[in-house]
Structures are given as C-alpha cells and as structure tokens.
Design a protein around this ligand. Structure first.
Ligand code: HEC
Length: 146
C-alpha cells in the first residue's frame, strides 16, 4: 500500500510538472471569452443604469469586477502568441503596469457600484470614468489595433 501511494505521488508530480495543466490554446481562448463576456456585461450595466435599475447594475458590476480579477491569471509567459491573440508583448515587458490597470478596472467597477447609491453623484460621467475608460486605457497600450 505504501509503495502504491509513493508511486501514485511520483506519477502525479511528474504529470503536473511535465505537462502544463492548461494549454496555451485554452488560456488564450479562455481569456478572449472572458473579455467578450465582460464587454456584454458592461453594456448590460449601462443599460441597467439608463433604465434606473440600480440593483441590477450593482450585481452586474460585481461580475465585471470578478472577471477582471480572474483575467489576471490568464497571461502566463507561454501565452504570448498564437490563436489570433491580440495581446501585445508590452504586457509581459511592463507587467506591473498591466496588472495595475487590471486591478484598477476591477476596483473601479466596485467603486461605481457604490456611487450608484449616492444621489448627488454625476453617474453619467462616473460611468465613463470608472467603467468604460478602463477598457481604452489598457487597450491602447496592451492590445493589438485591428
Ligand atoms: C488591463 C488590460 C485590459 C482591460 C482593463 C480591458 N481589456 Fe479588453 N483586452 C485586453 C487584452 C490584452 C485583449 C486581447 C486578448 C487576446 O486576444 O488574447 C483584450 C481583448 C478584448 C476583447 C476581444 C475579445 C476576443 O474575443 O478576442 C474585447 C471585446 C474586450 N477586450 C473588451 C473590453 C472591455 C469592454 C473592457 C472594459 C470594460 C476591457 N476590455 C478592459 C486588455 C484589457
């Protein structure tokens, strides 16, 4: 039994060290899917705000925030090329800046959710500043222009 456990451990260790758990294809396609989902969610936030459904907007903003956090894990070194990625090398050359922009995008979404409760806030400009400006701020430096 002891031998069996030892063998299983060795097998598991060698499996996880020789083959990455996720292929670069899964990573790249995975992040593209999350970005497009986040785009739709962000559009739904704007629609909810426009129709005055702040509760719905807050729920959606939490989702946007979580998605940006998840995306931080989707840029490993071996996912720089292939599968029509629009990710620029600058991501890995200036990874601190990239990570900061992603973290800001995540926390700004939550900040906007909080502001929705503030009757004196100018929501139209905050929506631009705290939701949509994050996208262009990152894309202009880190995403290939088509
Ligand atoms: C911190 C950086 C960053 C932020 C913030 C960001 N993006 Fe992106 N986005 C990227 C990168 C990098 C790609 C390219 C991913 C790839 O092709 O591998 C991308 C790709 C996309 C795509 C294309 C996905 C596909 O199917 O290929 C869409 C749509 C998109 N982003 C929308 C948005 C929207 C909307 C926002 C804001 C709400 C946003 N992004 C915020 C970096 C960012």
């Amino acid at each position: 039994m002891k031998k069996f456990i030892q063998l299983t451990c060795i097998l598991l260790i060698s499996l996880t060290t020789t083959s990455p758990l996720f292929s670069s294809e899964e990573i790249i396609k995975g992040r593209q899917e999350i970005f497009s989902k986040n785009y739709n969610t962000a559009k739904a936030v704007s629609a909810a705000i426009k129709s005055g459904d702040n509760e719905k907007a807050k729920e959606l903003l939490e989702e946007v925030s979580k998605n940006f956090n998840t995306l931080l894990k989707y840029f490993p070194e071996d996912s720089k090329t292939g599968f029509d990625t629009e990710a620029l090398p600058a991501i890995w050359e200036n990874s601190d800046e990239f990570v900061t922009l992603m973290q800001n995008a995540s926390s700004n979404a939550l900040m906007l959710a909080k502001k929705l409760d503030d009757d004196t806030a100018d929501i139209t400009s905050l929506e631009k500043e705290l939701l949509w400006n994050n996208c262009s701020a990152c894309h202009k430096k880190f995403r290939l222009k088509k």
